[in-house]
Design a protein around this ligand. Structure first.
Ligand code: ADP
Ligand code: MG
Length: 379
């Protein structure tokens, strides 16, 4: 009997888990799944990025939903379109032996009528960004008055992105009698407020910092003059020819500029940011996922929650404004038990920030020298 069986999951999910190659549950899964399956309860679960939160709510949700009934029984809110698509795909994988179950993704930048049609055909689970969901409700294209489960995924990030009002408005269209499951990497006070306001006696699950996300990532910084950032990035790329990396910039403009320069200089790179069309973003993500692109230059918003396996390096081309954003960035690597490196290119005036990040991640940075001479294979 494997450990997933002991959690109380049914045979069709266990079979899907076997197909996906998951050998044993992660810590957050072990702690949440039995409770969510057994009890009708609200829950707040805190665990770092990359610890398997999607399955932690996805498995119980799939098992509890009635696939025979076509009405919408669950709503999952998540911060970005990429994440919506990703969660929807995962749910489809989890429920592949339950073919009458239909999760539908609802997000901006794609046809709302097409999404409404899919819902009309019967969507037991809607996975939505708050903005588009609000639109859907306003236009009466969806009915969430009978949902039994509401999942707030990556709650900290949704609130960071300013979705508080949308979330509140959406929840006001849901019945009082439902279970709300809130998943988050961090617990800033806005998340605590939401929990207090919309949840009843939630069971609290916290996965300690010893989880797989944190300890597999080593953190390094490279001190450079601000004007040498790009040169430093190239040296780091040159010294790691097999790099498969997400490079974070602070603005869409910098993201676009850095990607263009890398491409001009002969590197395998692409930009991902909110000014691209949905179609372009999907294409970029596909090329990255399939390793046609080695370096994805992205804004925090665009890269949010993206789950691509085996990212070797996260490079902070610039540090984020919010210290907590760093946790999300570095969580792109070192996933599912693998190791990874999070590098920061930093100028003297930003050194202070490194100290505050160290306090948050409870790990220290190694100060490294930029590779040169024989370390570099491209000139
Ligand atoms: P989070 O939402 O906590 O950031 P995800 O749910 O996106 O994390 O999962 C991170 C990665 O770990 C995904 O690639 C997922 O397929 C994988 N994963 C999740 N659970 C397991 C498990 N029990 N065993 C192996 N891999 C897993
Ligand atoms: Mg997640």
């Amino acid at each position: 009997m494997n450990k997933f069986q002991e959690l109380g999951l049914n045979s069709s999910i266990l079979k899907a888990i076997e197909d996906m190659g998951f050998k044993s549950p992660s810590e957050v899964q072990e702690k949440t799944i039995p409770i969510l399956l057994d009890e009708d309860t609200d829950m707040v679960a805190l665990a770092q990025t990359g610890t398997g939160k999607t399955a932690a709510f996805g498995f119980p949700l799939i098992q509890k939903i009635d696939p025979k009934s076509k009405h919408t029984q669950a709503l999952i809110l998540s911060p970005t379109r990429e994440l919506c698509l990703q969660i929807t795909n995962e749910l489809k994988n989890y429920s592949k032996y339950e073919p009458s179950l239909h999760p539908v993704a609802v997000y901006g930048g794609a046809s709302i009528t097409e999404q409404a049609k899919q819902i009309e055909r019967g969507a037991q689970i809607i996975v939505a960004t708050p903005g588009r969901m609000q639109d859907m409700i306003r236009r009466k294209l969806t009915d969430i008055s009978k949902i039994e489960y509401c999942v707030l995924d990556e709650a900290d990030e949704m609130l960071n992105m300013g979705f508080y009002e949308d979330i509140t408005a959406i929840l006001s269209h849901t019945p009082k009698e439902k279970n709300t499951w809130l998943f988050s990497a961090t617990m800033p006070k806005e998340v605590a407020t939401i929990a207090k306001k919309f949840m009843r006696n939630p069971v609290e699950v916290t996965v300690g910092s010893k989880n797989m996300g944190a300890t597999n990532v080593s953190h390094e910084f490279y001190l450079v003059n601000a004007r040498d950032r790009y040169a430093a990035l190239k040296r780091l790329a040159d010294a790691n020819p097999d790099i498969f990396s997400v490079i974070f910039c602070r603005t869409k403009r910098d993201t676009q500029k850095v990607a263009e320069r890398l491409i001009e200089d002969g590197y395998s790179a692409a930009a991902l940011h909110g000014d691209l069309s949905q179609n372009q973003r999907d294409l970029v993500m596909k090329s990255f996922r399939t390793r046609q692109i080695q370096m994805l230059v992205a804004t925090d918003v665009a890269a949010r929650g993206i789950d691509v396996d085996d990212i070797t390096h996260v490079i902070n081309y610039q540090l984020p404004d919010e210290v907590e954003t760093y946790t999300h960035r570095s969580g792109r690597t070192g996933r599912a038990g693998k190791t990874g490196t999070s590098m920061v290119i930093v100028s003297k005036s930003e050194l202070r920030k490194i100290k505050s990040i160290e306090r948050i991640i409870k790990q220290s940075f190694d100060e490294k020298q930029l590779p040169d001479g024989k370390d570099i294979c491209r000139v």
